[in-house]
Design a protein. Structure first.
Length: 177
């Protein structure tokens, strides 16, 4: 199986799970954070929605020079805006992966800050570490934020505790109505 086929399947499955998480982010409370050293929930949710964009960037460039960037995140003010950002980045990632050959994944990609090289590794390793795994890490972090806000956490790889309790309560609620 070509690399891109497996990565596209994984990306699409994980994007569906991420969408369930982002649907629950309280965008009316974007400045909330669980600790002074923590990222604000709006920034974290935005980062989670943007991370699939690293896939397209990695596959269509050979490096990123942080010294040449003036990145200013635009924090989504609504759930629709947050989900739109995720969909846009996933669609760009899928297109970039569809247009990639197995040889492309072996090409080197470099992250630098001016003359200082932070790392250089094959694109497949960049995708695994800096796009996919990085995305899952921050999505998990977002689930903790939701828990601390007492917002039901959706299951990612099967039902969550909250999903199970909702399923158990559903028949009783239906009988009352």
């Amino acid at each position: 199986m070509p690399y891109n086929t497996g990565l596209i399947a994984e990306l699409q499955m994980e994007a569906a799970a991420t969408k369930k998480m982002l649907e629950r982010v309280p965008t009316d409370n974007n400045d909330w954070k669980p600790h002074d050293k923590s990222m604000k929930i709006g920034n974290l949710a935005n980062h989670v929605a943007e991370l699939p964009g690293w896939i397209a960037m990695t596959m269509t460039t050979d490096e990123l020079d942080l010294s040449k960037m003036d990145y200013k995140p635009k924090i989504s003010q609504s759930t629709a805006e947050l989900l739109g950002k995720l969909d846009e980045n996933v669609n760009k990632a899928v297109a970039a992966l569809e247009n990639s050959t197995d040889d492309d994944f072996h090409k080197m990609w470099t992250l630098r800050n001016g003359d200082k090289v932070i790392f250089a590794m094959p694109k497949i390793a960049v995708l695994r570490a800096m796009a996919f795994s990085h995305h899952y890490h921050h999505r998990g972090q977002l689930s903790v934020y939701l828990r601390l806000l007492d917002i039901p956490v959706p299951g990612m790889y099967g039902p969550s505790y909250d999903d199970m309790n909702a399923m158990a309560a559903a028949p009783a609620e239906a009988a009352i109505n």
